[in-house]
Design a protein around this ligand. Structure first.
Ligand code: MOS
Length: 738
């Protein structure tokens, strides 16, 4: 049913330019905060300056008196909200009770929204929002993970089972390392800040333009919380980056809905850049790794513990530690994962959540083990290569990590690496070469898609997924074109509308796998309908043909055995009318017997000016094994973006909190450093061939996450090779190198 037509010019694997590129570069792509709606009002969010306590009084009279101000919305005058009394859920909700904006007078973190000022234009709203007089009863906040480790509790959820006698093996090991690694809070900073434009329709329905990775997640959330079943549509055709920040509905969405319902008007709420630091983020995390190994570097025991921060109302969890039991062969393994509740907002998935932290610690520790054993870091990885996933006791559906190591090393020139730190120089600078491994799970979630061939011969395929800049529009167009044997310019893919076919959140690197599989199935069902329609016409040469007898190539259906017997697809629909088919795809049962993952090998060169501590990442080679690559251009862009962010994680990014105030102090892009072009050297991406008949019909594993995993460790390891210094706390800023 799902085999692809055997067209020699299949669009799969072609480096097609982004089909949405022209709309974006000409400014015609509209983002959530840009939609024009008649009579639109604008809301400005007022946030708490304290981190813990309660509001004693809010005096909004001065704000309300400004001409043009329509509403000062607080917990005291918000509309009643039916769903506030039940715990509601969203598809990426953490364990616990989700934050409810303007629920009551309690303050749970610094930056919590305490009021929304709504006015005729955004500047007026923002000005009036500065006039609120708010009195608080302060309580001393605790926002310091490291100072509160004794308050850690076991994280909810299961860890992979321990194996062997870890303590005995650690004690007996000839080589033993006990290492702590620390990573800071990092905030997603997509170019497009979060915004919601709520269009209040005359019949009371809401059409909402929201910045999100899940239109149906937001639709269900608003319908449930506000009791608006069947009356909400969420639209999000373009997203200016998200990285996980759009996986949960953010507070501007319910605030805009509240104001729209209260006023019976359309309302927009856009967050400022500073306010982008008032919700989810990558949590500060302490990791402890113990390694026991034989003198030749063979691992005998491994423990991996992570302690991350969370809020007082939700337990945010991510997979930090499990990778250590699956990436390397090791008989004695134990995991531990704890959370410390603090007076902060709940963390949130951020690109390669968990893995990016866990692999930072693990891959730095492996580098330290290589030094202790006196063997090359790449040789150490090969010596401990896992042929099976020992956590799950399953084989991998495919694992071309050896090829990643080999091709990445070859391209980088790794074999010329002198083992001793401080042995490479270029002028005044020390040069260092480091490497690390990356891993990410290859998931597939249930998804649906609908395909329609119109009488104009154009194929329109839709699913309520998102394109957060990853290339969804483009790769789905390619998958559909390949499945129908049509040129890509006759295919249009639609997404970002809750009224389209059911799709999961756009996340976890699972969109090609999940939605792409659904697109394939919908197209297969449509091919069947085309054949059925063609057979119905009198004297059809396809009268006796079964589905397996025909193929779809170059806009035609033809008999496999007699290719000259063919018909234009356009003629079929012109004769019998447009045809459409919807289909759902979910993970195949055959996956159950396998572990499915993407892998990478990252090689990094740094140049360090020891006098100043200044550092340049001059070269990166990232070799990726992710199954079939549908579009090498958009996929390579994903990996390059991940590498850049990994460099940011290694060297720049850190949201600093003043623990006396419980407040982030560098909540802007001047003081929250991200890499700029001048920080980025040469980045080369290699996709190694990996055939996988298990993971899904496409054989594609997804590349959204894997590019960042391991990069920070490779940079840290290169810095050690250059300088001889081990810095076990990110980011590795110049002061730490002096
Ligand atoms: Mo990704 S953190 O699943 O958007």
């Amino acid at each position: 049913m799902n085999t692809l037509p055997s067209a020699s010019s299949s669009p799969l694997g072609q480096p097609l330019d982004r089909v949405d590129g022209p709309l974006k570069v000409t400014g015609r792509a509209r983002y959530a905060g840009e939609f024009q709606v008649p009579g639109l009002l604008h809301g400005s969010v007022v946030t708490s300056r304290i981190a813990r306590g309660r509001i004693l009084a809010i005096d909004g009279r001065a704000a309300a008196a400004v001409p043009g101000v329509q509403l000062v919305l607080t917990h005291e005058n918000r509309p009643p909200i039916a769903g506030y009394d039940d715990a509601y859920e969203d598809q990426d909700a953490a364990e616990g009770r989700a934050y409810r904006p303007l629920f009551n007078e309690r303050i749970l973190w610094s930056g919590q929204p305490v009021a929304l000022v709504v006015a005729e234009d955004p500047e007026l709203a923002r000005y009036a929002s500065t006039l609120l007089q708010i009195r608080y009863a302060d309580e001393a906040p605790d926002t310091d993970l490291i100072g509160s480790l004794e308050h850690a509790h076991a994280a909810p959820g299961e860890l992979p089972k321990p194996r062997g006698d870890v303590d005995g093996a650690l004690q007996a090991a000839r080589l033993r390392l006990d290492l702590d690694y620390l990573s800071p809070v990092e905030h997603h900073n997509p170019l497009e800040p979060h915004a919601s434009t709520v269009h209040y329709l005359l019949d009371g329905r809401l059409e909402i333009h929201d910045k999100t990775q899940g239109v149906q997640n937001c639709q269900q959330y608003i319908e449930k919380v506000f009791g608006l079943e069947g009356r909400v549509r969420v639209i999000s055709p373009f997203v200016g980056g998200a990285f996980g920040s759009g996986l949960r509905p953010q507070y501007q969405l319910p605030l805009a809905v509240m104001a729209a319902l209260k006023l019976g008007r359309s309302v927009r709420v856009s967050l400022t850049r500073q306010q982008m630091f008032t919700f989810g983020y990558r949590p500060r995390t302490l990791q402890r790794i113990s390694l026991g190994a034989a003198l030749d570097g063979r691992l005998q025991a491994l423990t991996h513990q992570a302690i991350g921060q969370t809020s007082r109302f939700e337990d945010f969890t991510e997979h930090v530690v499990k990778w250590s039991g699956m990436l390397y062969q090791c008989p004695n393994v134990r995991f531990d994962y704890r959370l410390v509740p603090l007076d902060v907002f709940t963390p949130l998935d951020m690109r390669a959540p968990g893995a990016v932290l866990g692999l930072y610690a693990l891959e730095c520790a492996m580098d330290e083990l290589a030094c202790a054993a006196g063997i090359d870091p790449l040789q150490l990885r090969l010596k401990n290569y896992a042929e099976r996933d020992q956590n799950e006791d399953k084989p991998f559906s495919s694992k071309a990590l050896r090829e990643c190591y080999a091709q990445g090393a070859e391209r980088f020139g790794w074999s010329r690496r002198p083992p001793q730190p401080r042995s490479l120089r270029e002028g005044d600078r020390l040069v260092g070469w480091g490497m690390a491994t990356g891993i990410w799970e290859a998931l597939q979630m249930p998804a649906s898609a609908k395909a329609c061939l119109g009488t104009d011969g154009r194929l329109v395929v839709g699913s309520a997924t998102a394109d957060i800049g990853t290339g969804t529009y483009t790769v789905m167009t390619q998958i559909a074109a390949a499945a129908m044997g049509l040129p890509v310019d006759r295919v249009e893919f639609r997404l970002g509308d809750s009224s389209l076919s059911r799709a999961p959140l756009e996340g976890g690197s699972a969109t090609v796998s999940s939605v792409g599989s659904a697109v394939q199935r919908a197209c297969a069902a449509l091919r069947q309908k085309l054949l059925d329609a063609a057979r119905r016409s009198p004297a059809s040469p396809f009268g006796a043909a079964s589905f397996d007898d025909v193929e779809f190539v170059d806009g035609r259906m033809r008999l496999k055995d007699a290719p000259h017997v063919c018909i234009e697809l356009t003629r079929i629909v012109q004769a019998g009318g447009a045809l459409e088919a919807e289909a759902r795809a979910k993970a195949d049962g055959k996956r159950k017997a396998y572990s499915t993952a993407t892998h990478s090998a990252v090689f990094v060169e740094v140049k360090v000016d020891e006098a100043l501590g200044m550092l340049e990442v001059s070269r990166v080679v990232s070799a990726i094994a992710a199954g079939r690559i549908v579009n090498p251009k958009t996929a390579a862009s994903q990996i390059v973006g991940g590498v850049v962010w990994g460099i940011g994680m290694a060297l720049h990014e850190e949201t600093l909190i003043d623990h006396n105030l419980g407040r982030y102090m560098n909540h802007n892009l001047a003081e929250y450093h991200v890499p700029v072009n001048a920080d980025i050297g040469d980045i080369e991406v290699i996709f190694v061939e990996e055939r996988d008949g298990i993971v899904n019909d496409l054989g594609s594993k997804g590349v959204g996450e894997i590019g960042i995993v391991g990069v920070a460790a490779a940079v840290a390891n290169a810095i050690h090779h250059a300088t001889g210094k081990r810095v076990r706390e990110l980011p590795i800023t110049p002061d730490k190198l002096l």
